[in-house]
Design a protein around this ligand. Sequence first.
Ligand SMILES: *Cc1c(COP(=O)(O)O)cnc(C)c1O
Length: 384
Amino acid sequence: MKIPFSRPSIGEEEIAEVVACLRSGWITTGPRTAQFERDFGAAVQAPHALAVTSATAGLHLAMMALRLAPGDEVITTPITWPATVNTIVLCGATPVLVDVEPETLNLDARLVEAKLSARTRAIVPVHYTGQPCDLDALGALTRARGLRLIEDAAHAIGAEYRGRPIGAIGDAAVFSFHPIKNITTGEGGMVTTADDALARAMRLLRFHGVERDAWKAYGGGQLPLYDVTAPGLKYNLTDIQSAIGIHQLRKLAALNAERERLARRYDDALARIPELRPLGRAPYPHRHAHHLYIVRLQLERLTIDRNRFLAAVLDAGVGLGLHFTAVHELTYYRDRLGDLRAALPVATDASRRICSLPLFPGLSDAEQDRVVDVLEQTVHAHRR
Ligand SMILES: *Cc1c(COP(=O)(O)O)cnc(C)c1O
């Protein structure tokens, strides 16, 4: 029995809507994307929701909309997918990595203040695994200094912080619909914001910088005239993809409830394998989106390192993930930012220990039990 790391939950509703879209004659951005944006904005209580081709595209738009200049600094976490830092660098700014909390591996708000400088423009936390960062603490830092709080919410669809949905709190939040994420459109993403100016800037940048409203200014009415006031990109989501997203979003609560049930089953089963330590929970009220289930290998009790552990479990037919290799361990960032291993001790240590277990709606209890058996056998075979 081979068990994948992840598998999307696509139902007949998604398939029928895609077929209807294909038959409708309108397949790129149009009415279904408009509906997906309205539904998503309503779900996270955000006045603006912009559908984009990926979370990476959304992060790129958000960073571009901040008009970062060379020398500007953006504070973020080393425990993230490269997109978070790459988009900062691609806009000419310098990422400043701040260490993470030992139990959640979320950006440690208590360490951020010491890293703020006259050049800091924004803080980009990641709600790692779907567990919200301490947004009150981070928001207090950004508001006091006129900085921007842009959340990488790729893991956090359906998560809540102190009773408010992720997507309604910071200056902007960016979600991912990659097939391994909690809901999918094949590839895709969404940026939400309550800031009218930020929404307008990102909307322009999403589609070439083309001012559609400019037609009116020229009195063009129905004429296909357009204008560009600043160059933009081509990051709009198609209606074929939004057709999937509309139905995925309707299933979000049920999909996340199943993730939560499976996460609890892992909590119970792993209690008997002390060599594999799950992450801890944040002390403030929150709803966890359970995007990932991470365990930290107690390497002191094992004779093999994490990579050999991964290989052994993969050999036994269980798909594990690695989320993530710390950013400062990646060649470009090591060359550019220098050796940060001593400055980021928690992230450096976690990066050597973590692996992600299969967690997706559709993983059967029997399959999950098999995952735990393989983990236990692998640990026992390599115990000190
Ligand atoms: C998946 C992911 C992204 C990128 O999402 P895409 O939609 O694939 O571009 C960004 N940040 C984090 C933390 C992610 O896990």
